[in-house]
Design a protein around this ligand. Structure first.
Ligand SMILES: *Cc1c(COP(=O)(O)O)cnc(C)c1O
Length: 401
């Protein structure tokens, strides 16, 4: 334990590569073994009893934990600067396991008005059926939060930057107001990653991730994580994960995540560098009405992004002149970039919310969520930036009717 404590002071990539794993205790194996076990044996019934009651550490059954997953969890906690982590089967599994662990009928949540679609659906259509009220407000305005919290507010939930329009929310300010009212703060740090921003150090209580995205980095798995205080993580594991969602991450996907996270810093550096180059080029293209990228001085929260983030991330949203048709022509014209949802992969991915993720929204719902017909989203990948820029600029030219 004290050995890991010293290691907590090491640099980001050193911890991303080594933290929480000692080859000497695994036959010198450089990489953590993949423990393919559903169940664990006990030396005696006394030992089994102690493990079940939580008096003694050790594994019981893989829905609760697995040694490969444990290495991943230690590493995640270190990278986010939290006490403990629970790794689960999806980003939505992380959000639901955390909220189901603590909410009761009659409780309330304040959430930002811009959320990942399925997070919004869970809150708006799922939690509401169980007597939990969710108030959606614009959290870039701290006054809006103060007006929405009540004595029943248990959590304030938001993403920053938000999906898909890249608004940036002040974590410190929100945490101050939330804590003054006795509510705890959950930040979805999927877009930022712990390399670009650490919400717990800014006063948030919990971080959730879709590890499907940058943490995996290779588009080959679905996973999520929750990071927060150690006693709360015991509750999330034994209630939210074990009993209420069963959203267990497989040992093999834990292994792939450990492998992906080793290069997180390198990958994020490249994603950010290329995205800034592209965002500037896109902004000066005549077919483009607006670019949403926190690294551009034209972004409404540019100053905050400079303070809160190490760099500005790999996601760009843009509004095309010519609405829906222009969006479709842009999407159909890309050749290096791929037409797909998701983000954070080595491949550049482009998405057109009006025809893809949000095509079943009513016009009213779309506009309420800030999704115009000509909005496109780019997850800037790791290809050579010259090739990306030629591809995207050509597709913008082709978007003219
Ligand atoms: C993808 C995503 C999720 C959901 O994660 P899954 O791994 O797909 O379940 C939640 N929040 C954000 C910001 C996301 O991008």
């Amino acid at each position: 334990m004290s050995k890991d404590k010293d290691k907590d002071a090491q640099g980001f990539s050193t911890r991303a590569i080594h933290f929480g794993y000692d080859p000497a205790s695994h036959h010198g194996a450089l990489n953590p073994p993949v423990y393919l076990n559903a169940t664990y044996t006990f030396e005696s019934i006394a030992q089994g009893q102690q493990r079940f009651s939580g008096e003694a550490p050790g594994y019981v059954y893989a829905r609760v934990g697995n040694p490969t997953q444990s290495v991943l969890e230690k590493r995640l906690a270190s990278l986010e600067g939290g006490e403990a982590a629970v790794a689960v089967a999806s980003g939505i599994g992380a959000i639901t396991a955390l909220l189901w662990s603590f909410l009761e009928s009659g409780d309330e949540i304040v959430a930002d008005k811009t959320l990942y679609g399925c997070t919004f659906a869970f809150m708006e259509h799922g939690l509401s059926r169980f007597g939990i009220k969710v108030h959606f407000v614009d959290l870039t305005e701290t006054d809006a939060l103060a007006g929405a919290v009540t004595p029943q507010t248990r959590f304030v939930f938001f993403e920053t930057p938000t999906n898909p329009n890249m608004r940036v929310i002040n974590i410190r300010e929100v945490a101050k107001v939330a804590h003054a009212h006795g509510a705890r703060v959950i930040v979805d740090n999927t877009y930022g990653t712990p390399y670009l921003q650490r919400p717990l150090e800014c006063g948030a209580d919990f971080v959730v991730h879709s590890m499907t995205k940058y943490l995996s980095g290779h588009g080959d798995l679905i996973a999520g994580a929750i990071i927060g205080p150690a006693d709360d993580m015991v509750t999330v594991r034994t209630v939210g994960l074990k009993d209420m969602t069963g959203a267990v991450l497989s040992a093999f996907d834990s292994f792939l995540l450990l492998r992906g996270i080793k290069t997180l810093e390198l990958r994020m550096g490249r994603h950010c560098e290329s995205a800034l180059v592209l965002a500037r080029q896109i902004e000066s293209h005549p077919q483009v009405e607006k670019v949403y990228y926190p690294g551009l001085p034209s972004h409404p929260q540019y100053d905050l992004a400079c303070k809160q983030m190490k760099a500005f991330g790999g996601m760009i949203a843009l509004e095309l002149q010519g609405g829906y048709e222009a969006g479709v022509r842009f999407m159909d014209a890309v050749q290096v970039a791929q037409r797909a949802v998701s983000l954070g992969d080595a491949e550049t991915l482009v998405q057109h919310p009006a025809s893809m993720t949000h095509n079943n929204y009513t016009e009213e719902e779309r506009l309420a969520h800030g999704i115009s017909l000509g909005l496109a989203r780019i997850s800037v990948g790791l290809e050579n930036v010259e090739d990306l820029s030629a591809d995207i600029l050509n597709a913008l030219d082709q978007s003219v009717g």
